[in-house]
Design a protein around this ligand. Structure first.
Ligand code: FEO
Length: 411
């Protein structure tokens, strides 16, 4: 097969199903989401008669995928060729090699959701004459002893998103859903410490899935009603680790999607002359004294995609800012705009929120932050302001506020 300019191994994930994806060790920012590498997972499904490739990779990274496809075909003693291409999702990190695939295999059908066909042609005009086949929920294709069942998953997370279920072996190829942006040497959930895996999966959910939480609940119910949920043995997403214990991520999604939180508070602040910072630290001490798990983000350095990971399972969020030109500090604007889009209240539960900050003369930042947070679906409890540099009494008051908020979190 042309394009084999490197050597790379495939990984067998089930009988006749291989990971043939790409390790991107180097990516640090993906449309504003900070990460330390990711993977573009593609899968090769071997039937007795036909071979299907499910998803592909980011533009310009296909050499790894081709090498792994060749390796998988060698392991299965099959000629390195494809009979079916499946595209679970338009976005470029999963379709970036589709033009290359079409050029190599112009007669091979490309199965995708009907809404994906138009989008793929818009992304890649040279696919105008490609042999697309619209797949809808319940459509099955047999490869000979292997059956792929398509399940549309609209808006999880794009309108065209789709799952492919390999019936024999119970492998759910879920595309972005259940994914994580992480790049590790091992391919499986068991290859990462639990804390690390939960953290990257939670960050992925918070940033990409949060506003779609109601659809997650519906899709879980849909899978259950179709009798598929209990048949899933492996969930193989298009990014990150493959779930060999799928109940771990299914349970986590069930909790995140319904707004289950911990006794946890996330504090996000910026500061001009370290007065608001002092308030943040004093509030944290009060919360901690009551047993609240506190996470602190300082906007001099921290950024939104990491912050929302912790907001996801926090019961309380605290936003602190001094007033500058009658407005909150400019750095607050980035996270506020982001929260407006994420809509954590789509889980059906409102998170508690507090604003705080130091003012010089007019003040107003805490009020404006409170208004914005209310508009974003938070239940704003209090606005806490001090003048200029907080006194010892002010900091004692912040500590007490922290303790009172901890009590409120228990209600
Ligand atoms: Fe991983 Fe929606 O792309």
């Amino acid at each position: 097969m042309a394009g084999n300019i490197m050597k790379a191994d495939s990984v067998k994930i089930a009988d006749g199903v291989y990971w043939v994806g790409v390790l991107d060790w180097d990516i640090r920012n993906y449309h504003g989401y900070t990460l330390h590498g990711t993977t573009y997972n593609a899968y090769l499904v071997f039937g007795e008669d036909e071979i299907a490739l499910v998803d592909n990779t980011y533009p310009g990274t296909s050499a790894q995928m081709w090498a792994r496809i060749k390796d998988a075909c060698d392991k299965e003693a099959r000629v390195a060729s494809l009979d079916i291409i499946i595209e679970n999702h338009i976005e470029r990190d999963h379709s970036g090699a589709l033009v290359e695939l079409y050029r190599k295999f112009p007669e091979v059908p490309i199965y995708c959701a009907s809404t994906a066909i138009k989008g793929l042609k818009r992304h890649y005009p040279t696919l105008g004459g490609a042999p697309f086949k619209a797949a809808s929920t319940g459509t099955e294709i047999t490869l000979g002893g292997k059956t792929c069942i398509f399940i549309e998953a609209p808006l999880l997370h794009w309108p065209d998103s789709m799952f492919t279920f390999v019936n024999e072996g119970g492998v759910l190829l879920s595309n972005d859903a259940f994914g994580q942006h992480v790049c590790a040497a091992g391919r499986f959930d068991t290859d990462l410490p639990e804390f690390v895996l939960t953290s990257v999966a939670q960050k992925f959910y918070a940033n990409l899935i949060t506003p779609l939480s109601q659809l997650v609940v519906k899709k879980m119910s849909d899978l259950q009603q179709r009798g598929l949920l209990d048949k899933i043995r492996i969930i193989a997403p298009s990014h990150g680790q493959i779930w060999t214990h799928p109940e771990r991520i299914i349970n986590a999604y069930s909790q995140w999607a319904t707004g289950v939180t911990k006794y946890k508070a996330t504090i996000v602040y910026d500061t001009m002359h370290y007065s608001t910072q002092k308030m943040a630290h004093a509030l944290a001490e009060g919360l901690i004294s009551e047993g609240v798990d506190v996470v602190m983000y300082f906007l001099h350095a921290d950024e939104r995609s990491e912050i929302v990971k912790d907001i996801l399972d926090s019961k309380l969020v605290l936003f602190g800012s001094p007033t500058m030109h009658n407005e909150p500090f400019p750095s607050m604007g980035d996270i506020m705009y982001y929260l407006r889009g994420l809509r954590f209240d789509k889980t059906g539960k409102k998170k508690l929120a507090v604003t705080f900050g130091s003012k010089g003369w007019g003040g107003g930042a805490t009020r404006k932050l409170a208004e914005t947070l209310s508009a974003c679906g938070f239940d704003v409890l209090q606005e806490l302001e001090v003048s200029y540099v907080p006194s010892d009494n002010d900091l004692a008051q912040c500590y007490d506020w922290g303790r009172q908020l901890a009590s409120k979190m228990r209600e």
